[in-house]
Design a protein around this ligand. Structure first.
Ligand SMILES: Nc1ncnc2c1ncn2[C@@H]1O[C@H](COP(=O)(O)OP(=O)(O)O)[C@@H](O)[C@H]1O
Ligand SMILES: [Mg+2]
Length: 287
């Protein structure tokens, strides 16, 4: 029985800290292999399960990536192509029902961006399809002309939000939910002069105990998504920011949320359990 852990070509060994996941799967008798989603030699149909983990390059080729996901047997793909399709574009932030969310506008012209920034004072603009903080800019009222503003409208749209200043003090909190259970919380702080918490920009992540207020929002997201998609999702990472005296959703990662294995190797265990339980439930064996 082979489980395919899906990565990108530039990360052939998987996400940071992947050895912990390899070990957790091996300890459960699972033969796991890291493969790139766009490698034509992979036998997807021969796998007991496909788990997307580190396909960080999908944002450049989203239609191709989504077509690949849709071509797989959905019963043997964690979370599923319909979930990926919904989640790959930050427009989903407008479709989160009753969940508390950072105020978000999806805009389509430079004039709209200028008007939004003028009313917000200080704002963040980021590509609707993007990851790793790429393309994110901080914009200030009075300093933005329409021509510059329109350069942020890529592929027809741009996401604009107020700059949530507390990212510098409270950080961004990630709560990982696996099969309906909150399993870990990480707080990520940006470097001075940055709002992006990613390591590439000098951000630092550390595990912290589960905070009931954060878990409540993450589980509400998990519950909302279960209703939205008609089934409980396999994994959900809720990224939260502190805004107007409460934790609100900044992002929900349903495609390739890193498990923070380099700082929390124990996070491999619930994910490995999810893999084993799903393989048993799907009950697939090679013919
Ligand atoms: N509205 C905001 N206010 C403050 N910081 C933000 C805001 N939006 C994003 N950030 C910072 O930028 C990072 C990247 O933005 P995010 O929405 O997570 O996009 P992605 O991770 O998909 O690139 C976040 O992790 C956070 O540190
Ligand atoms: Mg993010």
């Amino acid at each position: 029985m082979t489980v395919l852990l899906v990565t990108s070509r530039d990360l052939p060994e998987g996400e940071p800290g992947a050895a912990a996941l390899d070990a957790a799967l091996a300890a459960r008798g699972v033969d796991a292999q890291w493969v790139a989603w766009d490698d034509p030699s992979v036998d997807w149909a021969g796998a007991a399960l496909v788990a997307v983990r580190a396909t960080w390059d999908y944002t450049e080729r989203a239609p191709e990536f989504l077509a690949w996901a849709a071509s797989l047997d959905q019963a043997r793909l964690l979370n599923g192509a319909d979930v990926f399709s919904w989640n790959h574009d930050k427009r989903y932030l407008l479709d989160l029902g009753p969940l508390p969310v950072v105020p978000t506008a999806v805009l389509t012209s430079g004039a709209q961006v200028v008007a939004a920034v003028e009313s917000l004072g200080t704002a963040v603009a980021k590509p609707a399809v993007g990851a790793g903080g790429e393309g994110l800019v901080v914009l200030r009222a009075g300093l933005l002309d329409e021509r510059a503003a329109s350069s942020y409208v890529t592929r027809g749209s741009v996401v604009v939000q107020p700059l949530v200043e507390s990212v510098r003090s409270h950080g961004e909190v990630s709560v990982f939910v696996v099969a309906g259970r909150a399993v870990c919380q990480v707080v990520k702080l940006p470097a001075a002069d940055e709002v992006r918490v990613h390591e590439e920009y000098g951000g630092v992540s550390r595990p912290v105990p589960l905070d009931p207020a954060c878990v409540e929002v993450a589980l509400a997201a998990d519950g909302y998504l279960a209703e939205r998609f008609g089934r409980r999702l396999d994994y959900v990472r809720a990224d939260l920011l502190w805004w107007e005296d409460r934790w609100v959703v900044s992002e929900i990662e349903l495609i390739e949320p890193g498990l923070y294995l380099d700082t929390v190797p124990a996070n491999a265990d619930p994910f490995a359990d999810l893999v084993v339980q799903t393989v048993e439930r799907v009950g697939w064996s090679p013919t």
